[in-house]
Design a protein around this ligand. Structure first.
Ligand code: 9MR
Length: 365
C-alpha cells in the first residue's frame, strides 16, 4: 500500500504516536500555521496572563492569533451578587492588551448555568429574564461590540440526563423562558453586537459512547429548531475537552461534523485539552505526553478535514495553569496542554503544528 498522508496519520494514531513534525513547522508559530488554511489558533487567557508584566506574555502573544477570556466575561465574574454593578476592569484589561498586540477576541460566554452572580440560581420567571438576564446580554455584548469577533452566546445548553424530552439542560434560564431562552439570547446578542459571529457552545460530542450519542442528538435537534426559526446563529463551538478513556470512531464524528456543515454553520474547537492522568497506569511522563498528543491528533485530523472549521482554541497553554489539575485527586499531574509545567513545548504542540501545516482543506468565510 502506498504511504499517503492519511495512512501515515492513521498509523500514528493507532500506535498512539504523535505525528512527525517538520523542523519548519516546529519553528513556526501556531497562529501562523493555522492561518495558512484560513483558520485561527487561540488560547484561553486570564488578565494576568496577558498583562505587559506577565511572565509568559511573549508566548501568549507569539503563538496565538486569538485570545478567549477563560472566565472574566462570565456573568458571575462581572457581577458578584444579583443587582450589583458589573465590574469590567479585568475584561477591559484583556481587551486593551489584545488591541495593543493585534489579537482577535472570542467572547465567552453570555449565558451559562455556572459561575452566576449570587442569587441568580433562584431566577425563574419571564419577568426575571426581562429584569436581569436581557440587560446583562445587551450590556456586555454591546460594550464589547467592536472588540469581540465571535461570541459563545449560550454555553452547555444540552443535558439529556436532566430528563426533558428536548434533552435540554434544566437551568434557571430554562425555568425563566423554557427552551425559547436560547433563541432569545441570540436575538439580544445580535441586536447588541451586529457584526459578531454568534455561537452555541457545548462538549462531549466526539466519542462513540452512547451518552455522547444522546448529546449529539440533543444538539442537532436544538440547532435545527433554531435555524428553522430564523434565529441569528452562525456557528457551533465544540469544546473538545478530550479524554483518553473514551472510544473514538472517526465515522461517527465525521457524520456529526457533516450535519453541522449541512446546517450552514461555522464550526470551532473552542476549549481543547486532554484528560489523561486517570488512565496513565504508571507510564512515564514522556509517554503520557505522547498519548495526549495522539488523542488530539486523532480527533483534530478529522475536524480539520471539514472546511467549516474556523479555528482551534486550547483551554490554556501550560499544564501548570490547567483547570484539569484541580478537577480531581488523580488529576494533579495531568498532561493535557501544548506546553508543560515549565512552559516548554510538549508533543501536543508538535501535533498541532503538524496538523495545521499538513491540512488540505481551507476554511473560508
Ligand atoms: O477554566 C475555567 C476556570 O478557570 C473557571 O474557574 C471556571 C468557572 O468560570 O470555568 C472554567 O472554564 C469552563 C468553561 O467556561 C466552560 N467549559 C468548561 C470549562 C472548564 O470548567
Amino acid at each position: 500500500m502506498p504511504l499517503t498522508r492519511r495512512s501515515l496519520l492513521a498509523a500514528c494514531a493507532s500506535l498512539s504516536l504523535a505525528p512527525p513534525v517538520s523542523a519548519a513547522a516546529r519553528s513556526a508559530r501556531l497562529g501562523e500555521l493555522a492561518a495558512r488554511s484560513g483558520r485561527y489558533f487561540g488560547v484561553a487567557v486570564t488578565h494576568s496572563d496577558v498583562s505587559d508584566q506577565a511572565r509568559h506574555i511573549r508566548l501568549f502573544d507569539g503563538e496565538c492569533s486569538v485570545w478567549v477570556p477563560a472566565w472574566q466575561m462570565k456573568w458571575g465574574a462581572l457581577v458578584q451578587a444579583l443587582g450589583d454593578d458589573p465590574d469590567y476592569r479585568a475584561c477591559d484589561a484583556i481587551v486593551a492588551s489584545a488591541a495593543r498586540r493585534g489579537k482577535r477576541l472570542r467572547g465567552h460566554t453570555l449565558i451559562w448555568h455556572e459561575h452566576l452572580p449570587a442569587g441568580a440560581e433562584r431566577l425563574s420567571t419571564a419577568a426575571d429574564w426581562r429584569r436581569f438576564v436581557a440587560p446583562h446580554i445587551a450590556e456586555v455584548a454591546g460594550r464589547y461590540r467592536d472588540a469581540i469577533f465571535e461570541w459563545d452566546v449560550v454555553n452547555e445548553a444540552i443535558e439529556p440526563y436532566d430528563g426533558g424530552a428536548d434533552f435540554m439542560r434544566r437551568t434557571p434560564f430554562y425555568a425563566m423562558l423554557g427552551p425559547d431562552y436560547v433563541a432569545e439570547a441570540f436575538h439580544l446578542a445580535a441586536e447588541a453586537a451586529p457584526s459578531a459571529r454568534l455561537y452555541l457552545n457545548d462538549d462531549h460530542l466526539y466519542y462513540a459512547e452512547d451518552w455522547q450519542e444522546r448529546r449529539r442528538t440533543g444538539t442537532l435537534r436544538l440547532l435545527e429548531r433554531l435555524i428553522k426559526a430564523g434565529v441569528p446563529i452562525h456557528g457551533f463551538g465544540m469544546q473538545c475537552h478530550l479524554d483518553t478513556r473514551f472510544r473514538f470512531d472517526e465515522r461517527i464524528f465525521r457524520r456529526f461534523l457533516q450535519r453541522l456543515e449541512d446546517f450552514g454553520l461555522t464550526v470551532a474547537v473552542t476549549e481543547l485539552d486532554v484528560t489523561e492522568a486517570p488512565s496513565a497506569h504508571g507510564r512515564s511522563m514522556s509517554e503520557r505526553r505522547r498519548l495526549a498528543a495522539a488523542e488530539v491528533q486523532k480527533v483534530l485530523s478529522v475536524a480539520l478535514d471539514s472546511s467549516a472549521l474556523a479555528g482551534v482554541v486550547t483551554w490554556g497553554l501550560s499544564d501548570d495553569d490547567s483547570w484539569l489539575r484541580r478537577r480531581a485527586a488523580d488529576m494533579t499531574d495531568n498532561q493535557g496542554l501544548p506546553y508543560d509545567d515549565a512552559y516548554r513545548p510538549a508533543p501536543m504542540r508538535d501535533a498541532l503544528a503538524s496538523l495545521f501545516a499538513s491540512t488540505r482543506t481551507r476554511h473560508s468565510t
